[in-house]
Design a protein around this ligand. Structure first.
Ligand code: CAA
Length: 380
């Protein structure tokens, strides 16, 4: 597999790197501390085309391939995973799902504004009692002829309060199991739709994560995505691509922590020499570098599978499983290399360590990725 980047891919990678340094880095510690959403930064990312990267320009998107998207995710995540998760959810879970499965009318009405960043999207699958076990949806969308009546609660929703467009998965016909689930487009402000409290999180504290409450919300039938009963498959197919984005986020967090640790270990002296000259540190750097490179190959492979029209359920799950593990291990080692300085906020690595953890949980935990991977290899 050829991972040589094209000139265009190198340019977009550099643009994301520059943006992260000049726009995300300056206040990243303050945003994390205050749990402040990067409002202005997200607006600028919309202007740069980062929020609808893979969307066809006729719907307001940038028309890039998945590999370019992954490169941008990696660069943004080196600096600020709270900002990059907005990019990931908007691109993979919302724009991609709509562009691939929505009607022309829905695309015109919703996708164009989401792809430009004028509106932000949220993907609402998880519930208090249905996280990993996603077929056990308790939220109901009862068919009332020309509309659905939506009732229930969604949990841990990224972009929970900043979004305007919500893709909500709900059960219409319980007897049909997952074949009775629908995906509905819900707008902020619809009567009966309430945004619940914001979560106070360990990591990605700048991203806003909320519960959402639906009380007899009337959703027009024209807002259903695809055929009746397509909602679960919609969620699964969309999440398969989403996992590539989160894998790229994990890769970026790992690479960001490694770059800081490498720089620090070439500057900090102990026992009369830079600590990089001590084998205890040099071997850590060697392991980190090797693991990150291996994770990068898996992430790029999954992106290329998607771009080349190959199946990417397996490669995306492997990329997410491995890259998130590498993110966790690498950030812990980066803190260790920084010693006491690693434990204070000014050096960034403690935040990267806290941010890394979520990549093993959202868009399918590591255990869910192993279900997807093992089922795939046993079946074939
Ligand atoms: N593509 C298409 N169809 C798929 C699919 C895929 N990737 N995966 C499963 N399906 C289909 C199956 O073929 C099956 O359909 P048929 O009966 O017609 O064959 C149907 O979906 C049900 O599949 P399973 O029997 O495999 O279902 P299961 O109950 O065993 O669960 C699972 C499968 C993979 C574990 C799934 O429940 C899952 O992925 N769970 C994790 C959910 C998740 O990732 N949540 C994250 C929340 S979103 C989030 O984090 C967003 C955010 O804000 C950042």
């Amino acid at each position: 597999m050829d991972f040589t980047l094209t000139e265009e891919q190198l340019l977009i990678q550099q643009a994301a790197r520059d943006f992260a340094q000049t726009e995300l880095l300056p206040e990243v510690i303050e945003r994390d501390d205050a749990q402040r959403f990067p409002t202005e930064e997200v607006k600028k990312m919309g202007e740069l085309g980062f929020l609808g990267m893979m969307v066809n320009p006729k719907y307001g998107g940038s028309g890039f391939d998945t590999l370019s998207y992954v490169l941008v995710m990696e660069e943004l995540s080196k600096i600020d995973a709270s900002a990059s998760v907005v990019v990931s959810v908007n691109n993979s879970l919302v724009c991609w799902g709509l562009e691939t499965f929505a009607s022309e009318e829905q695309k015109t009405k919703y996708l164009t504004k989401l792809a430009t960043g004028e509106n932000i999207g949220a993907f609402c699958l998880s519930e208090p009692e249905a996280g990993s076990d996603a077929t056990s949806q308790k939220t109901t969308a009862i068919d009332k002829g020309d509309h659905y009546i939506l009732n229930g609660t969604k949990n841990w929703i990224t972009n929970g309060s900043t979004a305007n467009t919500y893709l909500v998965i709900a059960q219409t016909d319980r007897e049909k199991g997952h074949k009775g689930i629908n995906a509905l487009i819900v707008e902020k402000g619809m009567e009966g739709f309430e945004i619940g409290p914001k979560e106070n999180k360990l990591g990605i504290r700048g991203s806003d994560t909320h519960s959402l409450i639906f009380n007899d919300v009337k959703v027009p039938k024209e807002n259903r995505i695809g055929e009746d009963g397509f909602g679960f498959k919609f969620a699964m197919k969309t999440l398969s691509g989403g996992r590539i984005g989160i894998a790229a986020q994990a890769l970026g967090i790992a690479a960001g922590a490694y770059e800081l640790a490498l720089k620090y270990s070439k500057e900090r002296k102990a026992f009369g020499t830079e600590i990089a000259n001590h084998q205890a540190i040099a071997f850590k750097l060697a392991d980190m570098h090797t693991q990150i490179e291996a994770a990068r190959m898996l992430v790029y492979k999954a992106a290329l599978d998607k771009d080349n029209g190959n199946d990417y359920d397996l490669s995306g799950a492997m990329a997410k499983l491995y890259a998130s593990q590498v993110a966790m291990e690498t950030t812990v080692e980066a803190v260790q290399i920084h010693g006491g300085n690693g434990f204070v906020k000014d050096y960034h690595v403690e935040r990267l360590m806290r941010d890394a953890k979520i990549t093993q949980i959202y868009e399918g935990t590591s255990e869910i990725q192993k279900i997807v991977i093992s089922r795939s290899i046993i079946k074939n």
